[in-house]
Design a binder for this molecule. Structure first.
Ligand code: GRF
Length: 195
């Protein structure tokens, strides 16, 4: 069983989808949830699912290097072999991504390489695109870059707002991320495309 740590900053709906998927014959198990803020609702959600959860408050650390040292200490202690970013709103340093090279996954709410960074749904709507989706990729030093491990397509519907589109994309994220993690933990890095 591969030990998995999940890093969050917010609600943790993707975290929950990942945790609840790791049962039975699944090749991985959740060992720790970390948040960069104590206010993340996902912390309580993780504990309710029986997974240890802890905040490492970015604001309590002098700089990113100190924050990442604290992260690394926890990740080392829990023995994490795979790190899943699930709505984690911090950019990790090249030193951090190098240290865990090939072992960090992220989910992004667009069809990468389109719409890297924040406000993807707003940009999809502003561009008048008829389709969007979500992407799971390996994390490298470049933001929202790195080998694509899976994508799910989602239609943009007439009258969509950023919120309605985000909700539709999030439902697809909850299908895609567990599927990619299951394959990744079993050693399969070939990309999966849903539906
Ligand atoms: C998701 O849309 C994810 O793609 C983005 O942040 C959001 C996190 O939502 N990176 P949740 O905390 O998993 O509910």
């Amino acid at each position: 069983m591969k030990p998995v740590a999940i890093l969050i900053s917010g609600a943790g709906s993707n975290m929950e989808a990942l945790i609840t998927s790791m049962t039975g014959a699944h090749p991985a198990r959740p060992v720790l949830v970390l948040s960069d803020t104590p206010e993340a609702p996902g912390l309580a959600r993780a504990r309710a699912l029986g997974v240890p959860a802890q905040a490492i408050d970015r604001r309590a650390h002098a700089d990113r290097a100190a924050f990442e040292r604290a992260l690394c200490a926890e990740l080392g202690d829990c023995g994490a072999e795979i790190i899943c970013l699930a709505g984690f709103m911090r950019v990790l340093s090249p030193a951090f991504t190098e240290r865990f090279k090939g072992r960090i996954l992220n989910i992004h709410p667009s069809l990468l390489p389109r719409h890297r960074g924040l406000h993807a749904h707003e940009r999809v709507l502003a561009a008048g695109e008829s389709e969007t989706g979500c992407t799971v990729h390996e994390v490298t030093a470049e933001l929202d870059d790195g080998p694509i491990l899976g994508q799910a397509r989602v239609p943009v519907l007439a009258g969509d707002t950023p919120d309605s589109l985000a909700a539709r994309v999030r439902a697809a994220e909850h299908q895609l991320y567990p599927e990619v993690l299951r394959r990744f933990a079993a050693g399969d890095r070939s990309p999966v495309f849903l539906p």
